[in-house]
Design a protein around this ligand. Structure first.
Ligand SMILES: NC(=O)c1ccc[n+]([C@@H]2O[C@H](COP(=O)([O-])OP(=O)(O)OC[C@H]3O[C@@H](n4cnc5c(N)ncnc54)[C@H](OP(=O)(O)O)[C@@H]3O)[C@@H](O)[C@H]2O)c1
Length: 234
């Protein structure tokens, strides 16, 4: 039986992915909001603040022999670089980049023994293109792309694939709060998106389903933009 872990499953994209995985294996979820995690159908859940104590989720991964790891949890922060404190710089990178790398390090020994693994990180188009006043978010998400390419090479012989999905604007709490923090209205942002719409969480879920399937076993080391055309120009 395939064991799937989705981080940041309490809401938004992670919740959609966790719900979409139900028929594909045993689903495990994690996040900080216990009530929300309890409301998802899952084999088990793990409460863990990835900025503080990722070891808790690392132990959970080892205990449950996770062979599909979806590193989805993430935090956005808006503001000019001179306003960012050391605590914020560390927190964003801990949650968005250090924790995914650490969780992969805990999942890979079992995947190697089992000669099968699928690792999918949820990056962002802001890590591909850069986003003014979101430099910490951009750098943490760009880091996932380097991690993805190097690990794809390192793990290829073990039948483990590693990919990162880079969403554009997605209609979730994070997506809508990041607009509220910015100097733009939702209408102005939609106007800059070639398809004139936000991506739906279910579109990310469908791509995750494809990437973990046997049909996609040749896709590894890739950053795949799912952004309604945002990355190719205006
Ligand atoms: N929405 C967008 O427009 C957009 C665009 C590009 C990329 N993304 C990426 O997609 C992923 C999911 O975003 P979303 O839009 O679904 O956001 P969301 O609705 O705000 O959900 C974020 C999830 O991450 C978890 N999380 C955040 N910080 C955490 C921490 N320190 N420790 C443990 N869990 C933590 C939250 O857990 P709790 O609620 O339980 O605390 C929640 O489950 C993120 O990596 C985000 O960067 C989103």
């Amino acid at each position: 039986m395939t064991n799937i872990l989705v981080t940041g499953a309490s809401k938004g994209i992670g919740r959609s992915i966790a719900e979409g995985m139900q028929t594909l294996g045993s689903v495990f979820v994690s996040g900080r909001n216990e009530e929300a995690l309890k409301s998802i159908t899952a084999k088990d859940y793990c409460i863990c603040d990835l900025a503080q104590t990722p070891e808790i989720l690392g132990d959970f991964i080892e205990k449950n022999n996770i062979d599909i790891l979806i590193n989805n949890a993430g935090e956005y922060i808006y503001g000019s670089i001179e306003k960012m404190t050391l605590e914020e710089i560390e927190r964003i990178h801990r949650t968005n980049l250090i924790a995914p790398a650490y969780l992969i390090s805990r999942a890979v020994p079992y995947m190697k023994r089992n000669k099968f693994g699928r690792i999918i990180n949820i990056g962002s188009i802001s890590g591909v293109m850069g986003e003014a006043n979101a430099s910490l978010y951009s750098s943490s998400k760009a880091g996932l792309l380097g991690l993805t390419k190097a690990l794809a090479l390192e793990l290829a012989e073990f039948n483990i694939t590693v990919n990162t999905i880079n969403p554009g604007w997605v209609d979730t709490e994070l997506g809508n709060e990041s607009i509220e923090q910015s100097e733009f209205t939702k209408e102005e942002i939609i106007d800059c998106i070639p398809q004139k719409r936000f991506v739906a969480p279910e579109e990310i879920t469908n791509l995750v389903k494809y990437l973990i399937s046997n049909e996609a076993r040749g896709i590894t080391g890739q950053g795949i933009n799912l952004c309604a055309g945002l990355s190719v120009g205006i």
